[in-house]
Design a protein around this ligand. Structure first.
Ligand SMILES: Cc1cc2nc3c(=O)[nH]c(=O)nc-3n(C[C@H](O)[C@H](O)[C@H](O)COP(=O)(O)O)c2cc1C
Length: 206
């Protein structure tokens, strides 16, 4: 049985104390209630992350963690790949930038392709999503993130649409706070389920 769980919260807003971070904090607050959970927050803005160079499209064999972090691609992704590989759950938190996730989050996600391609290394990890917007696009962004997570064999929690729309403190958005707290609880429940899965979901080589 799993003795403890490692949760990584990947924060993709350049504003470290903005609305995305505030909403994410409610999720983390819930997770901190469980003794067995260790949480690390990664502010992507602290990590220079280069664009994916599309090695996969040249030859899938070239898209692997080693090749993806050397030469022109030698950047923070080497240590971030290692952290992600060791995580049991990953929370993706981003503001909406033009109906999509932020650029830093997109670069980060693109560079995770090396983990998928090296043997579906995100398989069976729990995924959560947190999004802040001013007007429109939050559920669209969550859908995009969910598609990525699902196609990597990740476990998406129930009631995963955690977003706040507006300006000013997220704390005033009671529905968003409720959903964020629920996500924290559900990530823990899902971690316990994932722990019981003996083998990865992936059944076929592709
Ligand atoms: C470049 C940029 C593009 C944005 N595009 C959208 C958008 O398409 N839809 C929206 O609702 N808000 C948009 N916003 C507003 C942010 O999503 C909103 O202010 C969010 O709360 C910022 O999160 P943060 O406080 O964590 O930085 C945009 C903001 C910026 C800077």
């Amino acid at each position: 049985m799993c003795k403890s769980f490692k949760v990584i919260a990947v924060h993709g807003s350049p504003r470290k104390e903005g609305r995305t971070a505030e909403l994410l904090n409610y999720v983390i607050e819930e997770l901190r209630k469980f003794d067995k959970v260790e949480i690390e927050i990664i502010h992507l803005i602290d990590h220079p992350i280069r664009f994916c160079m599309g090695c996969y499209s040249d030859d899938p064999k070239l898209c692997n963690p080693k090749n993806c972090t050397q030469g022109v691609l030698e950047d923070s992704m080497k240590s971030l790949h290692s952290k992600i590989i060791l995580a049991d759950a990953i929370i993706f938190a981003t503001p909406v930038y033009w109906y999509n996730m932020s650029g830093v989050m997109k670069n980060f996600i693109d560079r995770l392709t090396a983990l998928e391609n090296a043997g579906k290394l995100l398989d069976n990890k729990v995924a959560g999503f947190v999004v802040a917007a001013e007007e429109d696009g939050a559920t669209q962004v969550i859908s995009n993130l969910m598609a990525f997570a699902n196609d990597n064999g990740m476990l998406i929690t129930p009631y995963s649409l955690v977003y706040s729309v507006g300006r000013g403190s997220v704390g005033k958005d009671e529905e968003a706070v409720l959903y964020a707290r629920r996500l924290g609880q559900n990530i823990y429940r899902m971690l316990k389920i994932a722990c019981k899965v003996k083998k990865p979901w992936k059944e076929y080589d592709d």
